[in-house]
Ligand binder design. Structure first.
Ligand code: GLN
Length: 486
């Protein structure tokens, strides 16, 4: 399979009409994987046999004239932090190397019910902690646009698989940018939904109060399509919003005429590569030409968002990851003759990588008696201020816009040695998670052949606005036509 790729909505339409055999489509993607996967390394686990079986089933349904789902024959890659029944789910960690979930995440269940075909589980930073996919126990993933660079993280495998033509759509998770960052670095579309819009049932927790499962796709229409499938109330997630999925595809062509778009100066000034900023301003100009009213604005509390995010995320992580004790499930280090406490420490020392251990230590410190008020409580207060700043801004603007990532995709190895500079990359993505609002990343241009992502944020449940803005921009930029064929 070479040249331009079929988008997921095309695949589904062709399969439903009987013009494309799901089996042949899966075979083509498997051939592509065979050819390039050792260069890209997007996957931790591949399940070709199961995928081919499912494809036959879809083709049989077509032959018999049975009703077909919205994702008929669409090849789906799933981040390895999302539970898949009977398929290993490692979280990119030695700790869960042999873990096979006994159930599917709701998002997976819904995609499969619409006849999507799971092809495999994608590489990621261990327990979703990172922005480059270099913190994986299974080695890094490489960016298909330039194999010497990172694909972004933590859902790097999900984005790289798409850009390399190794899947039609994918699911990631976004705690502080992990869908949008790799979408930006790999030149694809990524959406972090409103907190509570997509069920977290079956998503292995990093920081519950911040994260959402979100789609990564080759184009905005595919993103709308996948949201129609995975969103909506789930009684198995107590934070799930009681709402029905919307028909997101129906609003795409509404345009941006009259939409008020604000660009927070805190998100596009200091620390942003001027070449990235230039592409984003160009996108803002394009939206203005299409009738949007764009203007610079300020959300002063954003200055503190990175600090607040890392205190909250690490605190929640330290508590969530306490369950990996080597006793109930997961990795257990040899511990013959050891007392309980030393055995427990040894398992955790060997089972977790350095970034995860760092965060558990920092998070535990932030929550400990005497420091709780100084760090965790303070961070929660800042979170409230940030939420208020967004509430105020959305009285004046329909949408806020910024770069997704302040920099171009770094070289492999450039960031991983310096955790602080890795954290700094998240400056523009974490505010949406702190505020619980939806945010999309859409490719808006190229610098030296590397993609730049444009981020748009909207009030809670404003996904339709984001998809409209994304669709309008994409129709002008059409970067998906230039995705490299590795
Ligand atoms: N890079 C951020 C972190 O390391 C975000 C990760 C995520 O969204 N899962 O925490």
């Amino acid at each position: 399979m070479g040249g331009a790729k079929l988008h997921a909505h095309h695949v589904a339409e062709l399969v439903r009409r009987g013009d494309l055999s799901a089996y042949e489509h899966v075979c083509q993607i498997l051939e592509k994987i065979e050819r390039i996967e050792d260069k890209v390394r997007a996957y931790i686990t591949l399940i070709p046999d199961i995928a081919l079986e499912k494809a036959k089933e879809v083709d049989r349904k077509v032959e018999k004239g049975k009703r077909l789902g919205k994702l008929a024959g669409v090849v789906l890659a799933i981040k390895d932090v999302i539970s898949t029944k009977g398929i290993p789910t490692t979280c990119g960690s030695l700790m869960l190397q042999d873990y096979i979930p006994p159930y599917d995440a709701t998002a997976v269940e819904r995609a499969v019910a619409e006849d999507a075909i799971i092809i495999g589980k994608t590489n990621m930073d261990e327990f979703a902690m990172g922005s480059t996919t270099e913190n994986s126990a299974f080695g890094p993933t490489f960016n298909p646009w330039d194999l010497s660079r990172v694909p972004g993280g933590s859902s790097g495998g999900s984005a790289a698989a798409l850009a390399a033509g190794e899947a039609d759509i994918s699911l990631g998770s976004d705690t502080g940018g992990s869908v949008r960052c790799p979408a930006s670095f790999c030149g694809v579309v990524g959406l972090k939904p409103t907190y509570g819009l997509v069920s977290r049932y079956g998503l292995i927790a990093y920081a519950n109060s911040l994260e959402q499962i979100g789609p990564l796709t080759l184009c905005v229409r595919d993103c709308a399509l996948l949201m129609e499938v995975v969103s909506g109330h789930d009684p198995r997630d107590s934070t799930s919003i009681p709402t029905e999925p919307k028909k997101y595809q129906d609003v795409l062509e509404k345009g941006v005429e009259g939409l008020r778009i604000g660009v927070p100066e805190e998100m596009i000034g200091e620390g942003v590569d001027p070449l990235v900023a230039k592409e984003v301003w160009r996108a803002v100009d394009t939206l203005s030409e299409l009738g949007a009213v764009c203007e610079e604005t300020s959300l002063p509390s954003l200055e503190y968002s990175l600090a607040a995010y890392y205190v909250i995320a690490m605190s929640e992580a330290s508590s969530n990851l306490a369950r990996y004790d080597g006793v109930r499930y997961g990795f257990r280090a040899p511990d013959e003759g050891m007392d309980w406490s030393s055995a427990y420490s040894k398992t955790r020392r060997l089972g977790f990588g350095p970034e995860v251990r760092r965060r558990i230590l920092l998070g535990t410190y932030a929550l400990s008696a005497g420091y709780f008020d100084k760090y965790y409580l303070k961070a929660m207060k800042v979170r409230t201020l940030i939420k208020r700043d967004f509430d105020e801004a959305f009285k004046r603007f329909d949408v806020l816009a910024s770069p997704t990532m302040p920099i171009l995709p770094p070289k492999i190895g450039e960031k991983v040695a310096d955790p602080l500079s890795m954290y700094m990359c998240d400056i523009d993505t974490v505010p949406a998670n702190l505020a619980g609002i939806p945010s999309i990343s859409v490719p808006c241009g190229l610098v030296d052949g590397l993609p730049v992502g444009f981020q748009a944020m909207a009030p809670p449940l404003g996904e339709e606005l984001l998809l409209r803005v994304g669709y309008a921009l994409e129709s002008q930029v059409r970067l998906y036509e230039r995705i490299p064929v590795v």
